[in-house]
Design a protein around this ligand. Structure first.
Ligand SMILES: Cc1ncc(COP(=O)(O)O)c(C=O)c1O
Length: 261
């Protein structure tokens, strides 16, 4: 069977060895007599799979201990709403600043407007989204709930090679990044990031899994209207098991983490 060259942004090509391992284990995972899709998410076998996947991702991205690794659902677009639902409450007027460098960050800003006071601190819309406005020219507020940017604009092709140091720009706020389309392709400077989120289907594994990596102090600010299973504190406290997680997607993502290690 010839496999085509597939440059789709997502769902995207998977390592062949991972697909073969998933196929080999489809009916029987490690001798337990059933496949991962069939087993209880509360059982010991799946617990092992989840823990290993989180530990491997932590190691791959050198995620510091004061960050939680959450395996959520909904895709990156759902988290365009879930992030403000969790973080906007850090500011009394729900002030959120956005840096818009392409279609995805533009979408994020529009969605966040439903939940608070969105300020576009910088935008390259007038240039057709072909550049990043120099950070020194961003009109950031002093202390918004957070600052959002998309670290790789999949459609417009604009990528941040270095993340901004908000403190040096006079802004005391955590940086939120949508890293959907370049996660695992580079190290992340966690000193500059408060929360990173992204769908797994581009760089990691099957659709259905959404990664959220969030600093401990950013938990616990969810607005009352935030659905409980999307409250990042609940997800952290319940080890990504507030409801049934996307077990198959987590398992395959775990195989990819092992492959990439
Ligand atoms: C940077 C970025 N953010 C968000 C999305 C939307 O993600 P999802 O389809 O997982 O909601 C995509 C692509 O689909 C993307 O490339």
């Amino acid at each position: 069977m010839a496999r085509p060259y597939n440059f789709s942004a997502g769902p995207a090509t998977m390592p062949e060895s991972v697909l073969r391992q998933a196929a080999a284990e489809m009916l029987d995972w490690h001798g337990c007599g059933m496949g991962v899709m069939e087993m209880s998410h509360r059982g010991a076998a799946f617990g092992e799979i989840l823990e290993q996947a989180q530990a491997d991702l932590r190691a791959l991205l050198a995620i510091p201990p004061h960050f939680h690794v959450l395996f959520s659902q909904g895709g990156a677009l759902a988290h365009n709403a879930i992030v403000p639902l969790n973080l906007a409450g850090r500011h009394p007027e729900r002030a959120m600043d956005f840096v818009v460098t392409g279609g995805w960050s533009q979408k994020s800003a529009r969605e966040a407007q439903r939940y608070g006071d969105v300020h576009i601190a910088a935008s390259s819309a007038d240039e057709g989204f072909v550049c990043i406005p120099p950070p020194q020219q961003w009109r950031l507020r002093e202390r918004p709930a957070y600052v959002h940017l998309c670290s790789n604009e999949t459609i417009h092709g604009v990528e941040f090679h270095t993340l901004p140091d908000l403190a040096a720009l006079g802004c005391d706020a955590p940086l939120v990044i949508d890293f959907s389309s370049h996660v695992l392709s580079r190290p992340i400077d966690w000193d500059r990031v408060g929360l990173a989120f992204g769908g797994a289907q581009k760089n990691i594994g099957p659709a259905g899994l959404t990664l959220v990596i969030v600093r401990e102090d950013l938990l616990g600010h969810a607005l009352p209207i935030c659905p409980t299973v999307f409250d990042y504190r609940t997800l952290a406290e319940q080890h990504s098991m507030a409801n049934t997680p996307p077990t198959w997607a987590i398992y395959v993502a775990g195989l990819v983490f092992r492959w990439a290690a």
